[in-house]
Design a protein around this ligand. Structure first.
Ligand SMILES: NC(=O)c1ccc[n+]([C@@H]2O[C@H](COP(=O)([O-])OP(=O)(O)OC[C@H]3O[C@@H](n4cnc5c(N)ncnc54)[C@H](O)[C@@H]3O)[C@@H](O)[C@H]2O)c1
Length: 337
């Protein structure tokens, strides 16, 4: 798994190990505390601190599948440095996919996003023409295309468009809507909401994302090879204002909404019929559970705020070359992020 030290990977790797898989993680480890050299040491998972753009291809020998999660992982992070975003999210992952095929890996799963639908009034399914509004979304469209055309009898590429994730992970993301709202509600008795609240987003719990990946890894290849699947469920296509009300209700803070930002242009809803009917996949976790889970982790002291939990601000800091050199020892002229 590439990018396995991130928010989704930190939940997915233990699930794969639990199912008996032998997992190797390759990640630059940008987002964990500097002293955490292997976030999966307790699970005996091999951890390679390297870059998807430069790693030794031999690492892919004798692997059955690659789950390619590595990326600058959201729209605003991607806009910080569009060239690097393209270099990692498209060129880097395209390299992983081509090398995987060349070295005999049978299955390749790439993480894309329902944000490829951009702004759209009607519900989007996998046949809807993408409307990418950011470099991040454009890179997702490009890597989907590049990987899926490599489909062959001996090589099964699959693209998963995850809805916006929520829920607890040991490498937390407090830049994700539900996580941020729940955190602010519990800590500061306030929910911050991006104007004008009327925008729709599909959501999915991070454990349900893990189950979707496990589902496609185990599916008959004829059902998944060369295919794109939206990952989520229709009942979690929500308007942000309704989401805010759910969070204030579950956390019992009354109607304390604080507005911010300019009206967000991205509004979209997903159809999840394909993954449901073709693979029998269904999500299991609702918003209320995710909010209660975060509240519980804060209340019992497991979840505290950390700079790296705010992806955009943290990547902004990492872009400061001096900090990168201090942290990773790269030379000034290296392509550091
Ligand atoms: N979390 C969501 O809501 C969501 C929704 C849709 C799609 N996705 C996609 O799922 C994937 C994982 O998302 P996440 O939320 O876990 O993000 P994350 O930012 O927490 O994790 C990404 C990981 O990739 C690693 N990484 C970045 N560049 C790298 C490089 N060049 N080489 C090696 N490792 C590198 C980072 O160190 C980090 O551990 C991403 O591709 C993201 O775009 C996430």
């Amino acid at each position: 798994m590439t990018g396995g030290a991130g928010y989704i990977g930190r939940v997915m790797v233990p699930k794969l190990v639990e199912k008996g898989h032998d997992v190797t993680v390759l990640d630059r480890n940008f987002l964990n505390p500097a002293e955490m050299e292997n976030p999966f040491a307790h699970l005996n998972v091999k951890f390679i601190k390297d870059d998807i753009r430069y790693f030794d291809p031999n690492l892919l020998r004798n692997k059955e599948a690659v789950v390619d999660l590595a990326a600058l992982s959201n729209d605003p992070s991607g806009e910080l440095d569009p060239i690097r975003t393209w270099d990692i999210n498209y060129v880097g992952r395209s390299r992983v996919c081509r090398l995987a095929k060349k070295l005999g890996v049978e299955r390749y799963v790439v993480s894309s996003s329902t944000s490829v639908y951009g702004f759209r009034d009607e519900i989007s399914d996998e046949s809807t023409t993408p409307n990418p509004l950011t470099t991040y979304a454009e890179a997702n469209v490009a890597i989907e295309k590049d990987s899926l055309i490599l489909r062959e009898k001996s090589f099964t590429p699959i693209a998963l468009r995850f809805a916006t994730a929520f829920g607890y992970s040991p490498r937390m993301r407090l830049d994700l809507a539900i996580n941020a709202m729940a955190f602010n509600a519990v800590k500061f008795k306030k929910v911050k909401l991006m104007k004008d609240g009327q925008q729709y987003r599909p959501f999915v719990h991070v454990l349900d994302i893990s189950n979707a990946v496990i589902t496609v890894l185990n599916a008959e290849k004829e059902k998944v090879s060369g295919e794109v699947f939206n990952v989520g469920s229709e009942n979690l296509n929500l308007k942000l204002i309704d989401l805010a009300h759910t969070v204030t209700k579950v956390t019992g803070i009354g109607d304390s909404i604080e507005w911010y930002g300019d009206p967000d242009k991205r509004s979209y809803r997903g159809s999840f019929e394909k993954i449901r009917t073709r693979l029998g996949y269904r999500t299991a976790i609702d918003i209320e559970y995710g909010v209660r889970e975060i509240k519980e982790k804060i209340d019992n002291g497991t979840l505290e705020d950390r700079p790296e939990y705010h992806t955009v601000e943290y990547y902004k800091k990492l872009l400061d070359a001096k900090q990168l050199i201090d942290r990773y020892g790269y030379s000034m002229n290296a392509s550091v992020l």
